[in-house]
Design a protein around this ligand. Structure first.
Ligand code: AVJ
Length: 324
């Protein structure tokens, strides 16, 4: 533990345009079929609920990925290489990267997040525990083109994208996103990415339908948030959580289902729901190893190495861009 206050970080503010919650919610709700983007799950309460989800017995993703990173840290470091410049798009609380830092010993760590205050706090906390690490926090929307001009141009750049966050992207936009990552890390650069795998649908269905109902609360919190931030009148007792594995599309879908015919008001808008009508709130794509490698190859990456757990529930995959 570092007891001095001497830690300092570099902070780069790219002034990302905050999402317009009202416009995006109205847009999605007036669209047919109705939907709300999953990025809006994560207000304070939503982030707390997600934390709880990661500890649920049914939700194998987080703990399995963590196990893979812990168990293979040394080998990962050998294959990824030490002294790199490590970039993490959507770094959140900068907790997961800690599993890697000691083994990887990167020179520089660039956490990127749209949430300015959380980013600053997380980067300062991390820096206090890793005084040897050069931390360049970058406040940026990670789906926008990334700019790393402040970084030393010579070190190998490696992107870290854990948690199967890539599962929230439609496969085509996942390819586009990875192509942007490929651009940022450049020739000779790498990407270490956590990808949830296709498996027995009972395991998948259970992971998004926990018996304690935390995932249901997480989903319904979206309506609560719309009520409190957009002055709406969703009755949370009249919508229910519905999550299932869509085998044909290879994804978990989360929905909120209207239990009756009802009207909901958001500012000047009135939205009429029929009984059984859904609001689609999230897709979480699952891949086979081969499917994900093909996707990464389309983005310009070459598969180098991968790690899974004994039950092949989850994968941590390493790719590189050929050096030119
Ligand atoms: C954060 C997108 C990886 O898809 O498993 C968890 C979000 N939704 N339970 C996932 C989530 C419902 C999670 N990701």
């Amino acid at each position: 533990m570092n007891i001095s206050n001497a830690t300092s970080i570099a902070f780069h503010d790219y002034h990302p345009k905050p999402a317009d919650f009202f416009v995006e919610v109205i847009d999605g709700l007036l669209h047919c079929p109705r939907s709300i983007p999953p990025k809006f799950f994560y207000n304070e309460r939503g982030s707390q609920l997600f934390e709880q989800i990661t500890g649920l017995p049914e939700y194998y993703l987080t703990r399995t990925e963590q196990g893979i990173l812990e168990k293979n840290a040394e080998e990962i470091a050998r294959i990824v290489g030490r002294n790199c410049l490590l970039i993490e798009p959507g770094s959140g609380n900068c907790e997961k990267v800690r599993l890697l830092l000691d083994a990887l010993q990167p020179q520089t760590y660039v956490p990127m997040d749209i949430s300015r205050d959380h980013l600053r706090k997380a980067a300062v906390n991390l820096s206090a525990d890793y005084p040897w690490l050069d931390v360049h926090a970058s406040c940026i929307d990670f789906t926008q083109p990334l700019d790393l001009s402040f970084c030393p141009p010579d070190s190998q750049r490696v992107a870290f994208f854990p948690g199967s966050s890539i599962g929230n992207f439609e496969p085509d936009s996942a390819t586009r996103f990875l192509a942007q990552v490929a651009d940022v890390v450049g020739p000779g650069g790498g990407m270490l990415i956590g990808v949830d795998l296709k498996k027995d649908r009972c395991i998948l269905d259970a992971a998004y339908n926990d018996t304690t109902g935390i995932t249901a609360q997480f989903n319904l919190n979206l309506l609560q948030r719309i009520n409190s931030e957009l002055n709406a009148d969703f009755d949370l007792n009249h919508f229910t959580h519905h999550a299932f594995y869509n085998e044909q599309k290879g994804r978990i879908e989360m929905h909120l289902i209207s239990q009756l015919r009802q009207a909901v008001h958001i500012e000047q808008h009135t939205i009429e729901f029929t009984k059984g009508e859904s609001i689609h709130t999230e897709n979480s794509y699952k891949y086979t190893i081969e499917e994900f490698q093909a996707l990464a190859i389309r983005a310009g990456f070459i598969p180098v190495y991968l790690w899974t757990d004994a039950d092949a529930l989850f994968s941590v995959q390493y790719f590189e861009i050929p050096a030119c």
